[in-house]
Each structure stands twice: as C-alpha cells, then as structure tokens.
Design a protein around this ligand. Structure first.
Ligand code: 13P
Length: 255
C-alpha cells in the first residue's frame, strides 16, 4: 500500500551543466521502472534546468528547503509558490544540516510542513539523532520529539501525504550506515507513534531511511517492513550508483 520512494539529495552540488547531465542519466537509467517513485533534489539554481530534463519522465523534482511564507522581506529565502512554479513535487524539510548549521528548529520545520501541504508540495520531513544522543540511549526520545513537534498537529488527511525521513546524523556522509535492524527499530517506533496519535492512516505514511545509502546496502534495507525508501546523499551524485539504488531488489515489476 506504500509506494517505495527513492530521493537523491544533491545538497550543494551541481552547476547547471552537471545537473543537466546527471538528471538525464538518471532519467535514462530508471526508464520503465515501475512500482516505485524516484525524485531528485538539485540546488535551487538548477531546478529549472533539471525540470526541463525531467519533463515527460517519471522522475519527480524536489527542493532541498523552503520558507513557510509565500512572499515577503526574507532575504535569501525561497517560497512555496516559487517551488510550485518551477514544478517541484517534493520538498525536503528539516534536514539535519539545516538544523545543525542554520539553526532550524522543530517549530520552523512545523511551519514549513504546513506551508508545503497548503501548496500541494509533499514534505519530506527529516529526523534523526546524533551519535552522542544514540550513545546516551536517547534515540527514541529525540526522534519522537522531532516527529511530535513537526507533525502531530496535522489531521489524518494531511499526515497521509507527508513523507518522514529517518536520517541518523552519525550515518550521514560518514560511510557508516545504520544496520537494517537499527533502522527498522526506529522506523517501527515512528510508525507506532503516528498510529497512537493519528490512527490507522499511519500505515500509509512513507518512512525513508537516509545515511550512507549505497548500491551495496539498499537491498538489505528495503527488505525491512517499515523502510519505504531512501533519501540518498553522496551516492545520488553518481548516476550509475543512484540508478542501482532506485532499482533496489527484490522487485516484482522490473522491466
Ligand atoms: P549520505 O547519503 O551522503 O550519507 O547523505 C545522506 C543525506 O543526508 C541525505 O539527505
């Protein structure tokens, strides 16, 4: 009932010529791939370029961040209307790099989630603990706090459109992937928390895993019952690697 979703977060990589070439290679590589959704999130300056490449392809466009207001005196920010205009379907919100380097709080993430939903953008809401928090046995508390503060005021029709991405901070860009069991444990908690608060609609919410996802670990991760896809950083800059991740196995419906 949950269509798997694989999203490439290009972070601050991709001048327009590079972005065009990468997007074209991804489109070619996932052609004919059914039973899953694929999206790429280039930097803002490459969104329109990538959009041209993605037209008529099944690959969707995502943004990496967004302000919650439609317009105003917010120097340096980009609004939901602007993302809509360039054809974004998804927007990544509350990435740990935004939280860590740019001071994004759960309250800001919550406002962004509401704004995204109001503008027909699918929010991909990132949560995850640091290494210190994990070692102190606080993973559940940290992640459930982030989920609660960002999402739990949403009603069931809204929450079913949200995507959650569990990205343990210690696994991002480190090559140290969470084991499928570690990831499943947290994904299961997140779904349980959603079920306790919004009810059965929790079964429809996609929960992605992010943190050093590579071609050689995606298949094992995707076997877990509550892992519904991946948010891929470094490996999404290599078309061949990203396409292999999008073509994770087992698949019932590969070409
Ligand atoms: P890496 O795949 O490079 O670890 O990055 C994960 C991430 O932050 C995706 O949003």
């Amino acid at each position: 009932m949950r269509t798997p979703l694989i999203v490439g977060n290009w972070k601050m990589h991709g001048l327009r010529a590079e972005a065009r070439a990468l997007a074209a290679a991804v489109c070619a590589g996932v052609q004919g791939l059914g039973g899953r959704e694929v999206a790429v999130a280039p930097p803002f300056t490459a969104l329109t370029t990538v959009r041209e490449v993605l037209l008529d392809s099944p690959v969707a466009l995502a943004a990496q961040n967004m302000h919650w207001e439609e317009r105003g005196a917010f120097t340096g920010e980009v609004s939901p209307l602007m993302l809509q205009e360039v054809g974004c379907r998804f927007v990544i919100l509350g990435h740990s790099e935004r939280r860590q380097y740019f001071g994004e709080s759960d309250a800001m993430v919550k406002q962004k989630v509401h704004a995204a939903l109001a503008h027909d953008l699918v929010p991909i809401v990132c949560v995850g603990e640091t290494l210190n928090e994990r070692e102190a046995g606080q993973t559940l508390e940290v992640v459930s706090g982030q989920v609660r503060r960002a999402l739990l005021e949403l009603d069931p029709p809204a929450i079913r459109r949200v995507v959650v991405a569990y990205e343990p901070v210690w696994a991002i860009g480190t090559g140290r992937v969470a084991t499928p069991q570690q990831a499943q444990e947290v994904h299961g908690w997140i779904r349980k928390l959603l079920r306790e608060t919004v009810g059965e609609v929790a079964a429809e919410v996609r929960i992605l895993y992010g943190g050093s996802v590579k071609p050689d670990n995606i298949d094992e991760l995707m076997k877990e019952p509550d892992i519904d896809g991946a948010l891929v950083g470094g490996a999404s800059l290599d078309a061949q690697a990203f396409v292999r991740i999008a073509r994770f196995l087992p698949a019932n419906d590969l070409e």
